[in-house]
Design a protein around this ligand. Structure first.
Ligand SMILES: O=P(O)(O)OC[C@H]1O[C@H](OP(=O)(O)OP(=O)(O)O)[C@H](O)[C@@H]1O
Ligand code: HPA
Ligand SMILES: [Mg+2]
Length: 173
């Protein structure tokens, strides 16, 4: 619930908005890969790797936009609800495909403290790291992102929300 948040502000993202923002991310990434120019197959990238679970929806949209068919996942857990704990890898992507990360696009929904990306970057130092949203503390960990929000903002994604009744502004006491 919003009134129990440790953060001052809430940024509520709809499916439509994450779709638009993930598309904008794809367009920024087109041609940045080591193997290509903008408009070439896969935008120059060999594969997309989603950081589960939050990175899966943006990674699917980026892979679709850039026509990348090779998609894998890395599973990193760093939060229990809104409480941060030690980040650790639960499942790794295909080691042969990954190499040192060259030509691999690693996607997450957001970077907050940067701990998740720091862990993954240590494993694949030559990969390109992209998120849809970024907070200032983790911004250095991400190579490409779309929108920055303040550190005291909690981002609510559509997969964590549901439509519900809201009382009128001029309510009854
Ligand atoms: O920059 P950081 O402070 O590390 O935080 C960002 C990470 O935290 C969230 O994932 P979470 O670990 O909650 O798992 P989930 O994607 O499965 O929800 C989010 O999806 C990012 O992956
Ligand atoms: O602002 C956030 N929103 C959702 N998940 C998160 N994980 C870390 N920060 C956030
Ligand atoms: Mg995540």
């Amino acid at each position: 619930m919003t009134d129990r948040l440790p953060h001052e502000k809430g940024f509520h993202v709809s499916w439509d908005q994450i779709h638009r923002d993930a598309r904008a991310l794809a367009w920024r990434l087109d041609g940045l890969g080591p193997d290509g120019e903008a408009g070439e197959q896969g935008g120059g990238w060999r594969a997309v790797v989603a950081i589960t679970r939050g990175g899966m929806a943006p990674a699917m949209i980026v892979a679709r936009e850039l026509d990348i068919r090779t998609v894998d996942t890395i599973s990193v857990k760093s939060y229990d609800h809104q409480a941060q704990s030690e980040a650790h890898v639960l499942k790794s992507p295909d080691a042969k495909m990954m190499g040192d990360g060259t030509g691999i696009l690693i996607i997450d929904d957001l970077v907050d403290s940067g701990k998740t990306l720091e862990l993954v970057r240590a494993l694949y130092p030559n990969a390109h790291f992209a998120t849809v949203y970024a907070k200032p503390s983790g911004r250095q960990q991400v190579d490409t992102f779309v929108t920055e929000v303040s550190q005291d903002t909690w981002i609510f994604f559509p997969w964590d929300m549901a439509m519900q009744y809201v009382p009128p502004y001029r309510g009854q006491d």
